[in-house]
Design a protein around this ligand. Sequence first.
Ligand SMILES: Cc1cc2nc3c(=O)[nH]c(=O)nc-3n(C[C@H](O)[C@H](O)[C@H](O)COP(=O)(O)OP(=O)(O)OC[C@H]3O[C@@H](n4cnc5c(N)ncnc54)[C@H](O)[C@@H]3O)c2cc1C
Length: 363
Amino acid sequence: MNTATIVGAGIAGLATATALHHAGWHVTVLERERSLSTAGTQLGIWPGAWRTLVSLGVAGRLAPAAGSGPMSPGVGTSGEATGGVSGGRILRPDGTVLAQLSLRGRGPGLHLVPRMTLLEALLAGLPEGTVRFSTPVGPDAPAPPSDVVVGADGINSAVRAAAFPAARVSDAGLVAFRGVAPVPSGGADETWGAELLFGTSPFPGGGTNWYACLPLERAGSRAQDPLTVMRREFAGWHAGVQRVLEAVSPASIDRRRLKWSQPMPSYVSANTVLVGDAAHAMLPHLGRGGGEALTDGLVLAESLVGAPTVAEGLRRYDDARRAPTQRIVRASALMARVSNRTRRTGARDLAVRALGNLVTLRG
Ligand SMILES: Cc1cc2nc3c(=O)[nH]c(=O)nc-3n(C[C@H](O)[C@H](O)[C@H](O)COP(=O)(O)OP(=O)(O)OC[C@H]3O[C@@H](n4cnc5c(N)ncnc54)[C@H](O)[C@@H]3O)c2cc1C
C-alpha cells in the first residue's frame, strides 16, 4: 500500500487525505494545533469547488444545498448547516447599487459554508486516528518517510521553506477583519469605497458573515481595538454596514495581514508536493483560495492513481494545477486593486456600473 504524510489539517490537507484515502492509500495527517483551527468565519464555495466536494463525497454532509433565491435573506435560517446565494450586489458607501451580479452559471450558485463545518465534514470521512494533532513539523521534527510528503501547511509553510527555499510570499499591504454579527443579513453585498471594502453574506443560523479590508496604514496596530478602527474608517457608510458594526463584539473579530505567493516554477520537489495556500496563497478578493485547495487534493489523488509511478503522478498534478492556480492568484490581485486599492473611485464606479449588469459570474 502506498503511503502519504500530509502536513496540515486545513482545507487542503483534509481534502487531500480524503481523496488519497478513497484511492486506497495509507494516509497520516500531522497538525500542529490541538484541534481543528477555528480561525475564519464563512467560505464562499464556487460551483467548481462544490463539484469537488461532491466528488470527495463530502457535499452530502454539508446539507442543505445552496438556496436558489437571489440574495435570499431566508437562506441560513435557524438549524441549517450551510446556505447559499445566487446573486449579489456591489454598492457604493452611500448604499446606491453599482452592480447586481448573477452567480447563476452551470451550478446552483455560491454555497456559503462555515469554515469549521467544512473542516468537520472532511474529518468525519477519515478513519479514526488519521489526523495526529499537536504534531508540528519543522526543522527539528521533519515529516516521517513515506512515498509522498504533502505540504498542506498554509501560507507560512514549513514544508515549502525546507523543500523550496527560493519560494517567496509578498505582503499586499492590506489587512482583513472578519467575523459573524448577530443580526439578520440583508444579503450578499460588497461595498466599495476609496481604498476600503466591506462585505456581508447570510450566515447559517440567521446571522451576518462580514468582512472588511483596509490598507495597512489605516488598519491600526494589532494592539488597537479593531472595532474602534472600523467605526472610524467606515463612518458615514450606509445603514447595512453600520448595523453590523453596532452588533459586532470586538473579541470575535479575526484580524490578518494579507499576503500572496509569488509564482513557483514547480509545486513538486523529489517526493514532496505542495497543495493549497502553501503552493498558491491568493488575496481573498475573489473568494477562491479554499475552493482551489479542495481541488488540489482531488487532482493530486487522481494524478497519483492514474500514473504508472509516483514521480509521474506528481508531475501530472503539477502540470494540471500550476497554471490555473497561478492565474487565479493574479486575478485575485487584480480584483484587490480594483475593489480595494483605488483612491479615485469615479471612473471605476462608472465602469463597474456599465459592465456589472452584463456580467454573469462563473466559478
Ligand atoms: C479574509 C479571508 C477570506 C477568505 N474567504 C474565502 C472564501 O470565501 N472562499 C474561499 O474559497 N477561500 C477564502 N479564503 C481563502 C482560504 O481561507 C484559504 O485559501 C484556505 O484556508 C487555505 O487552506 P489551506 O489548508 O491551504 O491552509 P490553512 O487553512 O492555512 O491550513 C493550514 C493548516 O496547517 C497547519 N500547520 C501550519 N504549519 C504547520 C506545521 N509546521 N506543522 C503541522 N501543521 C501545520 C495549520 O495549523 C493549519 O491547520 C479567504 C481567506 C481570507 C484571509
